[in-house]
Design a protein around this ligand. Structure first.
Ligand code: 5GP
Ligand code: MN
Length: 331
């Protein structure tokens, strides 16, 4: 997206924040929030508090324990779907549509919606729709607001944005890790961010139930299409039997992608709402976003996901394989 376009969005967001009649803000993360959804939401809260706004960060799902080190993570409110929520402004962090936050539009009563996302698929449901897939993380978009509005970045805010960038660039390894990313990270780290401590919090504290998960994960692992596809899943009874948490399966699909020769990775797990969640990854040859789109999901070329209704993960596997094996998906 041309820089001029971004200036327009930054100007609009700046005006909304500086408008004294906008006193209360809601910030929504998406369901199963990741480092970027939480980091961007919490950094945005700190930004808005500089302007004496009353800010609620709202998430339908609990904060994964590995992100609880973020100083203001305790302020996140875990509300249920039926809660009626009102404020002057609602901001959505990387939500392709309102339901991606887990909440119903009918229950959110605000004057204006600001939609900030770095995914390709987005329903443009806001009054402002700053959607730009060239950003590696939404946390970078929040950083841009800090800069545009000339707000000093505190260490706490820097930690939030650093976390979003670290996790969404796969620890600075994905192709979205541009020079710009390093420039921004340098500025954030200069505020005193302890990168080693954050590394240990996010990646270096595995639960024992994670090992139980990995056993099952490898048991169910299957290679197809001359080993180009790696697919695995977990069923609800296995989760219950071993006390496996949502966090234990985080990154499982990335593990499959990282196998030599694998071009397309897929992992399926049950969700608390009774649906199944599919995570898709690819290396070069396949746009997994095209596959996810067919099922009403979204994401990026190399990382996408969606939900499906079914009786078992095994059944989901059969359904998705039909699409993944289609020749048109492959280059
Ligand atoms: P993950 O597999 O890590 O949950 O998600 C990979 C990518 O796909 C992320 O960029 C995420 O935002 C997107 N994604 C995952 N699940 C969904 C979904 O149900 N709907 C949409 N629109 N995007 C999703
Ligand atoms: Mn993100």
């Amino acid at each position: 997206m041309p820089k001029e376009q971004n200036k327009k969005f930054l100007e609009q967001i700046n005006n909304i924040i500086l408008d004294d009649t906008n006193k209360t803000f809601l910030i929504f993360a998406h369901q199963n929030p990741d480092g970027d959804a939480l980091g961007s939401a919490l950094a945005c809260k700190l930004l808005l508090e500089n302007f004496n706004k009353k800010v609620q960060v709202i998430s339908i799902d609990k904060t994964p324990s590995k992100y609880k080190f973020l100083q203001n993570s305790k302020t996140i409110e875990n509300l249920s779907k039926d809660n009626k929520i009102s404020a002057d402004i609602a901001m959505f962090m990387e939500c392709s549509n309102i339901s991606r936050s887990g909440f119903d539009e009918a229950n959110i009563d605000v004057k204006t919606i600001i939609n900030i996302d770095h995914h390709k698929v987005n329903d443009y449901y806001g009054y402002i729709n700053w959607v730009d897939a060239t950003y590696a993380a939404v946390s970078i978009m929040i950083y841009k607001i800090f800069k545009y509005m000339n707000v000093k970045i505190s260490k706490a805010a820097a930690e939030c944005m650093y976390t979003g960038i670290l996790t969404d660039t796969g620890r600075f390894q994905y192709s979205n890790t541009t020079l710009d990313v390093y420039d921004i990270v340098k500025e954030l780290v200069k505020t005193g961010v302890d990168v080693n401590a954050i590394y240990r919090e996010i990646y270096g504290s595995r639960a024992k139930s994670y090992i139980s998960f990995m056993r099952i994960f490898f048991n169910h692992l299957e290679f197809l299409k001359d080993d180009l596809i790696a697919i695995s899943y977990i069923e609800q009874d296995e989760i219950d039997l071993y006390g496996i948490s949502n966090e234990d399966s985080d990154g499982a699909v990335d593990f499959l992608r990282d196998i030599e020769g694998v071009e397309l990775a897929c992992f399926i797990k049950p969700k608390s709402n009774g649906n199944y969640k599919l995570s898709l990854r690819s290396k070069k040859c396949v746009s997994v976003y095209e596959a996810a789109k067919e099922f009403g999901g979204g994401g990026h070329k190399y990382a996408a996901g969606f939900e499906m209704q079914a009786d078992s993960a095994k059944e989901v596997k059969q359904k998705i394989l039909k699409v993944l094996l289609e020749q048109k998906l492959w280059c």
